[in-house]
Design a protein around this ligand. Sequence first.
Ligand code: S3P
Length: 425
Amino acid sequence: MIRTSQRKPFRATVTVPGDKSISHRSIMFGAVANGTTEIEGFLPGADCLSTIRCFQQMGVEIERLSETAVRVRGRGFEGLKEAASPLDVGNSGTTIRLMLGLLSGVPIYSTLIGDESIARRPMKRVVDPLRKMGARIDGREDGRFTPIGVRGGALQGITYESPVASAQVKSCLLLAGLNAEGDTVVREPAQSRDHTERMLPGFGVELEANGTEVRIKGGQTLTGTKVRVPGDISSAAFILAAALMVPGSQVTVEHVGLNPTRTGILDAFRMMGAEVRTEITAHWCNEPVGNVTVSCNDLHGVEIGGALIPRLIDEIPILAVVATQAHGTTVIKDAQELKVKETNRIATTAKELRKLGASVEETEDGLIIEGGTQLSGGHCHSHGDHRIGMAMAIAGFAASGDVVVEGTEAMDVSFPGFAGLIAQL
Ligand code: S3P
């Protein structure tokens, strides 16, 4: 349980744990590379630990040198062995979707399972194109849901026009494409996060990435490398939002990933009138890294939609919280993907914010939030969704009474240490 309450203006400089998307990929790519991969700044969150366990089950030697340093001794795709029990991805959509692609071209059998939330999340978006490549996959309701089994074998490259802008779909197919015959091309309606495209060349893989189209040649192998993981901008968003909830506050998050496919939330905050300053100080593994400073100004409502949505998809719950404090109406549209996240985030965001007296309307593809409300105290629940739990805890910063959030163990999925960090602000 976390209890938060109205804050006095604060100034702080903080760092946040490593990027979840990059941490997953560093383990997966390292596990199928030839040679050793050393990872620094790894996110020791529950989701990434699930990825480590899955590959350990397949015989890959993965050592935690410290909380955030990991050594992976890969022996190529051939080094993966059949696991004696199902691979349990826990709550992690990225783990299961990327692994389905990776395993489709490796000649072993695997069963993948996860928690209750994973059991509700759609797998057809990857199973359909993988089957087109020749993958042998079966699962509950014809492979729509977990448990899901994959018997890896020969694959053919395809050109796939994805109906959704999803980095999980794109990355899944690119990983399958590594073991396919010929080229695999993935096109998406708007560009999703491009960490796979940025990281694979560091492992010696050649690919062509061109905004919404990526092409990869089959039959490539990976070579172990060093990976330094930047702070997760999705975690930083909660801290930046905290400053925006308390007039007169300013916060800087250091060493955070500033990949443009992820910085949509900074653009949204700017559109609302916040002062947001970024400074790129380095590039780690082809990813821009730097500092972000946000100061609280008078905020106003905005309309968010289109190609901006994939660039801030995970930040919409916290954006909705900030919107309750802006003058005027905020409209979030084209975000139907929220319905198939860890929870239906259109429903859970609206339900939890209403408990604090916010005026929030659910639409088919987003939310409409009437700003300028004085939030009240209340009793909220994470619904087992890390980002819903953290968003509600930050809402307490502007509430007239105490906000109590239950189900806080979910926060460990992406942001271990969240409670301690916000207590310091
Ligand atoms: C992720 C992609 C996104 C995002 C998720 C992580 C990734 O999901 O929401 O938290 O690491 O590839 P979708 O691909 O479903 O949009």
